[in-house]
Design a protein around this ligand. Structure first.
Ligand SMILES: Nc1ncnc2c1ncn2[C@@H]1O[C@H](COP(=O)(O)OP(=O)(O)OP(=O)(O)O)[C@@H](O)[C@H]1O
Length: 591
C-alpha cells in the first residue's frame, strides 16, 4: 500500500521518511515538520508485524498528538501499535505506572496534581513570605539530571528556596506528584533500575521526538536511556528547529546532533527540510534577519510572490494600542479580504492579553475572538473529568466519530485502571450514553456537573466511592471555577456560559489572541504583534537576552503567511523597542 500520493511530500521529506537509520532532522519554519512526522509514523506502523512492537511519538502538546493520530487514522492505517503523547504522558504510562513500585516515594501510591493545584499550593505557602513579597510566579523551577533548577535570580531567591522546600515536603506527605516531578521520578527510576530501559527498548521499534528544540535535558536523558539499552535496535527520529527554541526558561534547549548521539550512543543521519510552504518570500527574507543558527530557507508557498505588508510602529502611545490593533484587524478583513480566523494578535504577557481582548471585543462588536485565555477550563489531559468533558462538549458528527471513540476508549481504560468493572462497557456504548443525555442548563459548570452525574448513573457507577474520581472531580471544578472568575473579572461575563464551554472544543472561527509561546506551531495569514519591548521580548530575567530576543522575533514573524504588523508602543514603563527591531534597517510598508 502506498501511504502517500504524488504531491503529498517533497523529496527532502520522502528522504527523511524512508531513511532506515536514525534521523536528526533540522527543519525551517513552515517546512512541513508535522506532515513529515505524521507520514513517518504511518510508514513505520505499516511495517510493524507484531503486537509486541511499538512506535512511540513524543509531541510537545496533547493537541498535536491528537491531530497526528487523527490524520494517520484517516489514512486508514491502524494505530493499535502507536503510542503518541507528551513526555509527561509517556513517563506516566511507560515508567511511573508500571514501575513506580521501585521508587520509595511512589510505591505506597501517588496522585498527580495539575498546574492549578501547584499554583494554589504555592500561593498559600508564599502568603507567609513578605520581605520581599514573593509570589508563585517567582517560584518557577524545573528538574535536570542533577536536581532542581530555580529560575529566580533576584533578591527573592532565598524565599523561593524555602518556599519550594516547603512545597516539596507537602507533596511528599500527601503523596502527590506534579508535572515536574513526573519527569524527575521517571529519570530516577530509569537510571537506577536498568531493567526498565531494557524492557522498553525491546518493545519500541521507533522513538520520534517532535520539536526537539524545546525539549529539556532530563527528557533527552530519559529517552537516551532507552536508546542506549537498545544497542542500535531502537531507532530515533528527532525533528525540530533550533532557531525556534523559545522555552529556555523552562529548561528547553536545542541539543546538537553530536551531543544527543553521545548521550544515546546511537548514530544519527543529519537531514534538513529547507522548503517553506507557509510564508511569502518577503516574509521569509524578513524573519531570516533573526536567525541564530544558519539554515537554508526558500519559499515554495503558492503565494510566494505575494506583496506582503510588513509594518513596524514604534511611535504608538500605549493608550492607543487597542484602537490601532482594531484598525489593523479591520484593514486585514475588510480591505485585504482575509478571513477573521486567519488573523492572530500576539503579545508577550498573559496579563495584557486579557484586557486587550476585552478592549478589542468592545471596539469590534461584530467580530469574534478566540484565545486560550478565554477557555473556561484548563486542558488537563491527565484529569478524567477533562477527558469526559471533551466527549460531552464535542457534538457528534461523522468527522469526529473516530476521535470521540478513541477518547471513550481512554476513559474506559482509566475506569478499569482504578478498579471499576468495565467488562460490559464498550466505547460505542459510552458514546451512546453521552449522546442520549440532554440537559437544559445555561451555567456551564452546573451543566457539566449534571452531565457527569447522568453518565455515572447510566453506567451504574457511584463515582464518589472512588477516591481518584472524587479527587479529579474536585480538581477539575476548582480550577475551572477560578479560571472562569479570572476571565469574568476581566469583563468577559459570558465565560461561564455553556456556549463558551462548547466553544472550547470547536475549531477556531474568530481572531486569535495569544501569547508568543502559545502560537508555537501555528500559522495565520496575518500576524499583529504588540509590546515588542526590551524587558518583555526578551523577558528581563532571561540569561541570554539577545539570543532569546532573536528567537522570539523569529517565531512571531514566521507565523505570518502574508502580512505582518509589529508594534513597540511607547509609555509602558519607559521601555524601548526590542533592540533587534530598533537596529534593523528595513523598508517597512506604510499601513
Ligand atoms: N510537501 C508539501 N507540499 C505542499 N505543502 C506542504 C508540504 N509539506 C507541508 N506543507 C504545508 O506547509 C505548511 C506548514 O507545515 P507545518 O505546519 O507542518 O510546518 P512546520 O514545519 O511544523 O512549521 P513551524 O516549525 O514553523 O511550526 C502547512 O500548511 C502544510 O500543509
Amino acid at each position: 500500500m502506498s501511504i502517500w500520493q504524488d504531491g503529498d511530500l517533497n523529496e527532502e521529506q520522502i528522504d527523511a521518511i524512508e531513511e532506515t537509520d536514525s534521523v536528526f532532522l533540522v527543519a525551517c519554519p513552515g517546512s512541513g515538520k508535522t506532515r513529515t512526522v505524521t507520514f513517518k509514523i504511518a510508514y513505520e506502523l505499516s511495517k510493524i508485524e507484531s503486537d509486541k512492537e511499538w512506535v512511540v511519538a513524543i509531541t510537545y502538546t496533547n493537541r498535536a498528538a491528537g491531530e497526528i493520530q487523527d490524520r494517520i487514522e484517516l489514512m486508514g492505517i491502524s494505530t493499535e501499535q502507536l503510542w503518541i503523547g507528551t513526555i509527561h504522558a509517556f513517563c506516566l504510562e511507560w515508567i511511573i505506572k508500571p514501575y513506580g513500585i521501585y521508587h520509595s516515594e511512589l510505591k505506597n501510591g501517588y496522585r498527580i496534581i495539575n498546574s492549578h493545584d501547584t499554583e494554589m499550593m504555592l500561593t498559600e505557602i508564599c502568603s507567609s513570605y513578605s520581605n520581599p513579597r514573593t509570589t508563585h510566579w517567582d517560584c518557577d523551577h524545573f528538574f535536570d539530571s542533577n536536581g532542581i533548577n530555580i529560575r529566580c535570580t533576584n533578591n527573592r531567591r532565598n524565599n523561593v528556596e524555602s518556599i519550594l522546600t516547603e512545597y516539596d515536603e507537602i507533596l511528599r506527605s500527601n503523596k502527590q506528584i506534579d508535572f515536574e516531578r513526573i519527569l524527575w521520578f521517571s529519570y530516577q527510576l530509569i537510571t537506577t533500575v536498568p531493567k526498565i530501559a531494557e524492557i522498553l527498548s525491546k518493545l519500541f521499534k521507533y522513538i520520534l521526538i517532535d520539536e526537539f528544540q524545546d525539549t529539556k535535558e532530563i527528557q533527552y536523558q530519559i529517552v537516551s536511556s532507552i536508546l542506549r539499552a537498545g544497542n542500535g535496535l531502537v531507532k530515533a527520529f528527532v525533528v525540530g528547529d533550533p532557531n525556534q527554541s523559545i522555552f529556555n526558561s523552562l529548561g528547553g534547549y536545542a541539543i546538537s546532533q553530536e551531543e544527543f548521539s553521545s548521550m544515546s550512543s546511537i548514530d544519527f543521519k543529519p537531514l534538513e527540510l529547507s522548503k517553506n510552504y507557509r510564508n511569502s518570500q518577503r516574509i521569509v527574507d524578513y524573519f531570516s534577519n533573526f536567525k541564530v543558527f544558519d539554515s537554508t530557507i526558500t519559499s515554495e508557498a503558492d503565494h510566494r510572490e505575494y506583496g506582503s505588508l510588513i509594518s513596524f510602529n514604534s511611535q504608538l502611545p500605549r493608550e492607543n494600542v487597542i484602537t490601532e490593533i482594531s484598525r489593523l484587524i479591520r484593514l486585514s478583513v475588510e480591505q485585504y479580504q482575509i478571513p477573521m480566523s486567519e488573523v492572530c494578535v500576539v503579545g508577550p504577557w498573559w496579563i495584557h492579553l486579557a484586557s486587550l481582548t476585552r478592549g478589542l471585543i468592545g471596539e469590534l462588536p461584530d467580530y469574534r475572538f478566540d484565545g486560550p485565555g478565554l477557555t473556561p477550563f484548563v486542558r488537563d489531559a491527565e484529569n478524567i473529568f477533562y477527558k469526559l468533558s471533551r466527549i460531552v462538549l464535542t457534538k457528534p458528527s461523522p468527522t469526529v466519530y473516530v476521535r470521540r471513540l478513541r477518547w471513550a476508549k481512554e476513559i474506559i481504560q482509566y475506569f478499569s485502571d482504578i478498579g471499576i468493572d468495565t467488562a460490559k462497557i464498550t466505547p460505542k456504548q459510552l458514546l451512546k450514553i453521552v449522546n442520549s443525555i440532554n440537559i437544559l442548563e445555561q451555567d456551564g459548570l452546573i451543566f457539566l456537573s449534571q452531565f457527569f452525574d447522568d453518565i455515572f448513573n447510566a453506567l451504574n457507577v457511584e463515582w464518589s466511592e472512588y477516591k481518584a474520581l472524587d479527587e479529579h472531580r474536585t480538581a477539575f471544578f476548582d480550577s475551572a471555577t477560578s479560571r472562569i472568575q479570572r476571565i469574568q473579572s476581566e469583563g468577559i461575563n459570558y465565560a461561564g456560559d455553556v456556549e463558551a464551554f462548547y466553544k472550547a472544543f470547536e475549531p477556531r472561527d474568530g481572531v486569535t489572541v495569544s501569547t508568543i509561546h502559545g502560537v508555537k506551531g501555528a500559522e495565520y495569514d496575518v500576524v499583529i504583534a504588540f509590546a515588542l519591548l526590551e524587558g518583555a521580548v526578551p523577558h528581563f530575567n532571561d540569561p541570554n537576552l539577545r539570543e532569546s530576543a532573536n528567537k522570539l522575533l523569529y517565531v512571531i514573524c514566521s507565523r505570518a503567511r502574508k502580512n505582518l504588523h509589529l508594534i513597540s508602543e511607547t509609555g509602558r514603563n519607559q521601555n524601548n523597542p526590542t533592540q533587534e527591531l530598533q537596529l534593523l534597517n528595513y523598508q517597512y510598508s506604510a499601513v
